[in-house]
Design a protein around this ligand. Structure first.
Ligand code: UDP
Ligand code: MN
Length: 238
């Protein structure tokens, strides 16, 4: 790949303390609530960035430090919403994105809703966090996948959907408990509404994944049910 070294973002996987992060955020003009507005220019877009979260504090510190260090360079307006699942049972990523959307709508207006896993970091400053007319999958090319082209339908990790489009497909499903499926369901929703997922080329859009143990695949996961029992494309989806 043709990498431009000056655009390479330094990945800091050793986060400073919350206090130190607070100082960095204040220097970068981050307001309370994880809100950034460029000074002296009108932003082209306002984003709500939703991070589904439970029990990964180190990753959260690394991510927030990374985003609030690099995103202000892009002169967009954004606000980060960390949605923590209190329910001790199996995780529900799709429902947390819907909750994030609803909570964000209460006190913030935004053109673009982004879904952001807590463990994924952008490596290139030319990757602008923003929505296009098509839904975007930003983190398709990543170190874990050896920066290989992702399948067209993939829609996990870091994604961006215009607010109106998110509403028109009725958000994420709430019914996928446990690992997997909610991202493919959203991908299918977008597809049946006639939207094609957009990727930038790998030379300007690359991500690093932080390591963790795998979260539980629910044996009753509706996704697994479809994959095994009801999906005529199951061979091609694996
Ligand atoms: N997540 C979390 N705590 C959990 C499980 C999931 O915070 O116990 C969130 C977190 O944002 C994570 C995302 O859900 O990045 C996707 O889950 P995970 O990273 O386990 O799945 P992967 O896609 O890496 O297999
Ligand atoms: Mn992960």
């Amino acid at each position: 790949y043709a990498s431009n070294f000056t655009c390479h973002v330094k990945i800091n996987t050793d986060p400073p303390s919350w206090e130190e992060m607070g100082r960095v955020f204040a220097t970068n003009g981050i307001r309370p609530g994880g809100h950034y507005q460029p000074d002296g220019c009108q932003p082209r877009q306002k984003m709500a960035i939703v991070v589904p979260y439970r029990d990964r504090q180190q990753h959260l510190q690394i991510l927030l430090n990374h985003l609030h260090t690099h995103l202000p360079k892009h002169s967009m307006e954004y606000k980060i919403f960390v949605v923590e699942q209190a329910h001790p049972n199996i995780f529900n990523r799709g429902a947390l994105f819907n909750l994030g959307f609803l909570e964000a709508s209460k006190n913030y207006t935004f053109d673009c809703i982004m879904q952001h896993d807590v463990d994924i970091l952008s490596e290139d400053d030319r990757t602008i966090y923003a929505c296009y007319r098509m839904p975007r999958h930003l983190s398709g090319y990543n170190d874990k996948g050896h920066y290989k082209k992702p399948p067209k339908y993939h829609f996990g990790g870091v994604t961006a959907i215009p607010t109106k489009m998110f509403e028109s497909v009725n958000g994420f499903p709430n019914s996928y408990w446990g690992w997997g499926g909610e991202d493919d369901d959203m991908s299918a929703r977008l597809q049946v509404h006639g939207h094609t997922i957009f990727h930038h080329p790998v030379n300007i859009e690359r991500f690093t994944l932080l390591k963790h143990s795998k979260h539980k695949l629910n044996p009753f996961n509706i996704y697994k049910y479809f994959l095994v029992n009801a999906n005529p494309y199951k061979e091609t989806m694996k």
